[in-house]
Design a protein around this ligand. Structure first.
Ligand code: 0O2
Length: 221
């Protein structure tokens, strides 16, 4: 009897995680379509890099325990939003908002939550746009709406976040104050770089529009 219960629980968990995998793949296709299409429409690609990950069963349980969420799939479905995660790295700050708006405008994407840590950075200096969206996954016997977390940030924000994440885990969350201060300084430096790069990019784009660059090898365009 216990073996049958275990087997049912395992099947349930497998199907549960599978739906997230499918939802994540659907969102990835959407992001990759934008990335490829942008390549033709603009003279630079606003999406630098796209990555994705499924939270491991262990990671799901750890987060559930941390949030005081009951260890049942129905509760986990309603309280843990980042089982499927996609990270989009953009060239410039303005691009992060452009990509956010394009994804939010898609008819089959339901926006559950938006957190703008770019406009309002976290105390430690963390910056990123977070979206929780829901996409329908058409399974053999039902349609399941799964949550996918999308993090959109610039290359500089991503560089900072990955180092901060490593340091945080290295010190098991108890990072010395001097390092925290230095990380805050680094976040400010990353922000200055983002602002400067965006201004340069805009200047060059404006110049390019006013005065199209001429070919240097003498070939006809
Ligand atoms: P991991 O290991 O990256 O998966 P919620 O998900 O809303 O219930 P939370 O943590 O308040 O809980 O949500 P929030 O603030 O939107 O953060 C979700 C994810 O954003 C985190 O997932 C991180 O990936 C990232 N993140 C948030 N704050 C920071 C930060 O200060 N530094 C870095 N490097 N990343 C951050 P996890 O599950 O916490 O971690």
């Amino acid at each position: 009897e216990q073996r049958a219960a275990l087997s049912t629980a395992r099947d349930e968990l497998t199907r549960f995680v599978m739906a997230y995998q499918f939802g994540m793949e659907e969102m990835l296709t959407k992001v990759n379509i934008l990335k490829d299409e942008f390549h033709y429409v603009h003279d630079y690609n606003p999406i630098e890099h796209v990555s994705s990950r499924l939270k491991s069963p262990e990671g799901i349980l750890t987060k559930a325990l941390r949030k005081g969420c009951p260890l049942r799939v129905d509760a986990i479905r309603e309280q843990i939003f980042d089982i499927a995660g996609i990270r989009i790295t953009c060239s410039f700050i303005a691009d992060t908002y452009t990509i956010r708006d394009m994804l939010m405008a898609q008819e089959d994407v339901t926006v559950v939550e938006v957190k703008d840590y770019i406009a309002e950075p976290k105390g430690n200096g963390y910056k990123s746009l977070h979206l929780i969206v829901q996409v329908p996954v058409y399974l053999s016997d039902r349609v399941e709406r799964v949550n996918v977390e999308i993090q959109i940030r610039t290359i500089a924000m991503d560089f900072w976040a990955s180092l901060e994440h490593k340091i945080y885990y290295k010190y098991d969350g108890d990072v010395p104050q001097t390092l925290l201060d230095e990380l805050r300084d680094a976040a400010d430096a990353a922000n200055r770089l983002d602002v400067k790069m965006e201004r340069l990019h805009q200047e060059v784009s404006t110049l390019h529009q006013e005065q199209p660059a001429t070919s240097t090898d003498g070939a006809q365009p």
